[in-house]
Design a protein around this ligand. Structure first.
Ligand SMILES: Nc1ncnc2c1ncn2[C@@H]1O[C@H](COP(=O)(O)OP(=O)(O)O)[C@@H](O)[C@H]1O
Ligand SMILES: [Mg+2]
Length: 509
């Protein structure tokens, strides 16, 4: 069933009406949608497939469509194809008008501008496969999380075409504004309804989700099927979009696994299996990059001094030591050597990797950076260093709750790993294993650094990547006093490492 065409402006030419009719389209001329809220059961919108704004009529139409154009988000959330018919000469003015009305939307991709509905234009329209009409499904929350907004609910209904009922439980999202749910779907298959495997539902800002989906598709040939997020459905809405993917069952976050001392095999497998082919692309890029790691970090918006938050710069430790991040950064900018660069995950931390047994499963590809084009790559050492720094510096919920700036035990446990010597040489075994809260550090760092050091093309590559990963922590606001205390230490350690690296390089030239 081709569905209804909502047609605004002067009516179509009789020939067009006839041809549309022959193909089973039904016309609804100038229906009033100005007052429709995003209702789930709006019969007109759920059976429509195309919206046409016809500007090629005789009358001056500049104001006619205004109220309807305001409802574009509604049309887009319903998955309707939007066509604007006008003289080519008017397209840019119309685009400007639309931009004023909805500043954040990328019109060129979602809306087709045509001069008329003749010939090939007509053929393209009638062959348009409209999205499945969505149905209102019963969504039951299994927790006390906030209700879904109407537009979110609509997109979720569109994503679960075959569902009769959906039970959702909210998961704690990372630092992004997205909402993430575990969902159980009761399918409407013939007369028997059955519950399917749990699914992961992510609702996020459209542009962010579009990047994440793009990354998922690009990465899929390089990461084994069972070790990556597998996309099932992606619904693009106006300001938000939704995707449904496999939920990684019987798994824990890498941070949890690390703290419990059972992440070591998974860390090795992360680089040896999960990411191996993906990272290997960097070795196929010739020539290797010669840009300094610091410049690459700036180009990729990972970190540079201007974006370090004052709450860290103005701490007693940093002020008393008279640390000048700009001067130190300039030193890093001057250190360049050939290194491997391609695509990186960009946000490798304990909560973006699930651990199941010895497997490391990637889940969040929302921050992928770099390409394998020369000059556009991301240094592959960044991923390794970011994971190490995340494991060492991230606070658990309990630690955040303590809200305690000074953490002498933690500091004492970690500092010894961040002298330049300790980075260049394998960490020494823990003299008293399993006796304190940080017994796990040694084993994890040994595994991470095995990659960091083994892959480096300059003696100081991994150490510089660590500085970049530590300073990167300071571009985010702190979550608690505990967290602030740790990020200040990261800034301080980074500064000391830069001085040590510079001194060593000066000595050897
Ligand atoms: N496929 C999945 N399987 C299991 N848990 C998941 C999955 N995807 C996300 N999660 C959980 O939801 C959290 C947030 O999801 P994520 O995609 O990382 O969102 P954000 O972009 O907000 O960081 C994750 O840290 C993880 O705990
Ligand atoms: Mg995440």
């Amino acid at each position: 069933m081709p569905g209804i065409i909502l047609w605004y402006g002067d009516p179509p030419l009789p020939g067009t009406i006839y041809k549309l009719d022959m193909r089973g389209f039904e016309l609804s001329e100038n229906p009033d949608v100005a007052n429709i809220n995003i209702q789930l059961l709006n019969p007109l919108l759920s059976s429509a497939s195309i919206v046409v704004f016809n500007h090629s009529g005789e009358v001056d139409d500049s104001n006619i469509h205004y109220d309807t154009y305001k409802q574009l988000p509604l049309f887009i959330n319903h998955g309707l194809l939007i066509l604007i018919l006008s003289d080519r000469g008017r397209w840019s003015t119309l685009k400007e008008d639309l931009k004023r009305l909805h500043p954040n939307f990328t019109w060129d991709e979602e809306i087709r501008f045509l001069t008329d509905l003749k010939g090939i234009n007509f053929d393209n329209i009638v062959s348009y496969q409209r999205v499945q009409p969505w149905k209102n499904i019963k969504i039951e929350k299994l927790d006390l999380s906030e209700e879904l907004k109407q537009d979110e609910k609509l997109l979720v209904c569109r994503a679960f075409q075959k569902a009769e009922e959906l039970h959702i439980r909210e998961l704690k999202s990372g630092f992004t504004p997205s909402r993430v749910f575990l969902a159980y779907e009761k399918m409407r298959v013939s007369s028997i309804a059955h519950w399917t495997q749990p699914r992961l539902v992510k609702i996020g800002e459209s542009n962010n989700l579009a990047n994440e989906i793009k990354a998922m598709k690009e990465v899929s040939p390089f990461v084994p099927f069972e070790l990556r997020p597998n996309l099932e459905v992606y619904i693009e809405g106006f300001s938000k979009s939704v995707y449904v993917a496999d939920f990684v069952e019987k798994s824990e976050s890498m941070l949890e696994a690390a703290r419990a001392g059972r992440a070591e095999a998974a860390i090795s497998n992360l680089f040896n299996r999960t990411l191996q082919l993906w990272r290997d692309r960097a070795w196929q890029c010739t020539p290797p990059s010669i840009e300094s790691l610091a410049l690459a970090a700036k180009r990729l918006e990972i970190i540079y001094p201007d974006i370090i938050e004052n709450e860290y710069l103005e701490s007693v430790l940093i002020e008393d030591a008279a640390i000048d991040v700009n001067t130190l950064w300039a030193t890093l900018v001057d250190i360049s050597f050939e290194h491997r660069a391609a695509t990186i995950h960009g946000d490798l931390h304990g909560d973006n990797i699930r651990v199941r047994g010895d497997d490391a499963i990637l889940i969040d590809l929302g921050a992928v950076k770099g390409t394998d084009e020369y000059g556009k790559g991301a240094p592959i050492c960044f991923d390794v260093a970011m994971l190490e720094v995340a494991l060492v510096f991230t606070c658990t919920d309990d630690e955040n709750r303590k809200d305690q700036f000074n953490q002498p035990e933690w500091e004492n446990a970690i500092r010894r790993f961040y002298d330049l010597n300790a980075i260049l040489n394998p960490p020494k075994p823990n003299p008293k294993p399993k006796q304190d809260d940080y017994f796990w550090l040694f084993g994890c760092l040994r595994r991470v650094r095995a990659f960091g050091i083994y892959e480096q093309s300059d003696k100081h590559e991994y150490a510089i990547a660590l500085v970049i990963a530590m300073w990167r922590l300071c571009k985010f606001p702190s979550l608690s006093k505990t967290d602030r205390g740790r990020r200040v230490i990261a800034l301080d350690i980074g500064a000391k490492l830069i001085s040590q690296i510079e001194a060593e390089r000066r000595k050897s030239t």
